[in-house]
Design a protein around this ligand. Structure first.
Ligand SMILES: O=C(O)C[C@H](O)C(=O)O
Ligand code: SF4
Length: 512
């Protein structure tokens, strides 16, 4: 097993930086479907551009490299203790090398272990099988999409769809609802794994297991095959679109599995995965630990179409484009309307969960008057001279800051917040009262945004760990879309409302 460590290191690096080909094919097909000039088309162009940049830079596709979850099938006699040790060593090294963000935090204190190791992380699961080789798979599923997982207990009442009973049609309704409730917050267009049956634990386990299926496989069960096809076709009629901006593609894949349940329970568990669907696998020789074969990576190179950067520019010309540079005046903010594309130059400050809580109780370490806050937990690397470099820096889900955001903007005079997935009524009200704007960046486009960051000018509150610290970033040409303005408009509220109306069209029974 002398090569097992190196094989696991490669598996981690490839999974974080090289999106599987079956996923690329699904994204390329979605890109074809969107008409040029729409916000969704622009977002997909940024996404495909980002995928290519991650290839070239061998850097994380998305800054949130998730909870690394390994699943191994091993022949009798393979030493699981050694494999576990080597996987942990590879995780530690990949974190040091900037291929994984330090993501393991103490659940109560929030302390970051710094190396992705800790109680319960990474997840490593073994199963024995009769084959004479090792099948090792890894999924890096980020937090934003994980938070959109949902579990239904049938029978139940669902928004837009009414009663969902204990039958295939009730299951259909739950799955359609799961896509609606995710909106753009799990970085749509997404993939879902569905587990029917089991208990609350094994149901979710089964749902996640489905995410290891190939995007283009066909369910062996005829009823589930039909349901999978139905869901992909009709979920795309909800009009949620890329990032929840509206559009043709909301769901890129649906895989459904079933296990038995006990009479009183009937769970439908849904695991939502963002477009940055990072899962790979390898077949390994159990004698020397070398990789014999890569999974999901067969087929031709995927061509995402013509020059993405040019396409982004050309398409965004069809919407109004405004350049912002902090400090920003209230007047300038009040000129902005939902749909405007904004290019930011100059300074912005990162702030996510820990910072928002901190700012609600303390003074800010920097003057935030007229400034821009970026909901982002980047991947950072320190060079020999002690200077930090950004390796990946896309937005995080903003809604988690809903309880704090409005008050903090008013108290510190912040004029713009950048994040993804939108915020709620409390923030919208504060934007109106104070003169603020919410800017939606493209979730998962961590290489694209890292490239816009020209320098790291400082950092505060490092005690919260790298992803949660307040980074002072100097940017150039950082592009985002106004999705909530100071006039009471929210694209997120609009898309939620219209998609709920569309969801109601799927109320009538389909599967008997
Ligand atoms: O933690 C992050 O950086 C982002 C997270 O995956 C999210 O989608 O909100
Ligand atoms: S930011 Fe978006 S793309 Fe990245 S892990 Fe979170 S949900 Fe996925």
């Amino acid at each position: 097993m002398e090569n097992f460590y190196e094989s696991m290191y490669q598996l981690i690096v490839e999974t974080s930086t090289n999106l599987p080909k079956d996923v690329r094919r699904a994204i390329a097909a979605a890109k074809q479907r969107e008409s040029a000039g729409t916000r969704s088309a622009m977002s997909l162009a940024t996404i495909t551009n980002n995928i290519k940049m991650a290839d070239d830079n061998i850097s994380p596709i998305c800054q949130d490299t998730g909870l690394p979850t390994f699943k191994l099938k091993v022949p009798v006699g393979a030493n699981q203790l050694v494999m576990k040790k080597e996987i942990k060593r590879a995780i530690e090294q990949a974190t040091k090398d900037g291929k994984l963000r330090p993501n393991s935090v103490d659940s109560i204190s929030g302390d970051n272990s710094g190396d992705n190791l800790g109680e319960g992380t990474p997840v490593i699961k073994f199963e024995q099988w009769e084959n004479d080789y090792i099948d090792a798979r890894l999924i890096l599923k980020g937090g934003g999409c994980e938070n959109k997982n949902i579990q239904y207990s049938l029978p139940c009442e669902l928004d837009g769809l009414g009663k969902a009973g204990r039958d295939l049609d009730g299951i259909r309704k739950c799955i359609m609802h799961s896509v609606y409730q995710a909106q753009g917050q799990g970085c749509s267009a997404g993939f879902i794994g569905v587990g029917i049956g089991g208990d609350r634990t094994s149901g979710y386990e089964l749902a996640k297991e489905q995410l290891f299926r190939r995007v283009d496989d066909v369910n062996e069960r005829e009823d589930l095959r039909q349901l999978e096809e139905y869901v992909v076709e009709h979920a795309n009629e909800l009009g949620i679109g890329t990032m929840g901006f509206g559009g043709e593609t909301t769901l890129l894949g649906c895989k459904i599995g079933v296990i038995n349940r006990i009479p009183a329970s009937f769970f439908v568990s849904v695991a939502y995965n963002c477009w940055a669907y990072r899962r790979l696998g390898v077949f390994i020789d159990p004698k020397n630990g070398s990789i014999n074969e890569w999974l999901y990576q067969d087929g031709e190179e995927i061509d995402f179409g013509h020059d993405e950067v040019a396409a982004t520019k050309e398409q965004s010309l069809q919407t109004r484009e405004v350049v912002l540079e902090a400090p920003i005046t209230e007047e300038k903010i009040r000129e902005l309307k939902v749909g405007d594309v904004v290019r930011i130059n100059g300074m912005m400050y990162t702030g996510r969960d820990a910072i928002h809580k901190y700012l609600s109780e303390n003074d800010s370490p920097v003057d935030l008057n007229g400034q821009v806050i970026y909901h982002c937990g980047p991947v950072m690397m320190k060079d020999e001279d002690g200077n930090y470099h950004v390796k990946a820096a896309g937005p995080t889900t903003s809604i988690r800051e809903e309880p704090y955001q409005g008050d903090i903007m008013k108290r510190f005079g912040i004029r713009a917040v950048i994040g993804k997935g939108g915020m709620g009524p409390k923030t919208l009200k504060a934007l109106s009262e104070h003169g603020g704007v919410y800017l939606n960046a493209i979730g998962g486009a961590a290489q694209y945004y890292a490239d816009c960051i020209k320098s790291v000018e400082g950092v505060d509150l490092m005690q919260f760990g790298i992803p949660e610290a307040m980074w002072h970033l100097k940017v150039e040409g950082f592009t985002a879309v106004v999705t909530m303005d100071s006039h009471g408009n929210s694209l997120h509220a609009d898309v939620d409302k219209s998609s709920l109306e569309k969801l109601a069209q799927f109320k009538e029974p389909v599967f008997k």
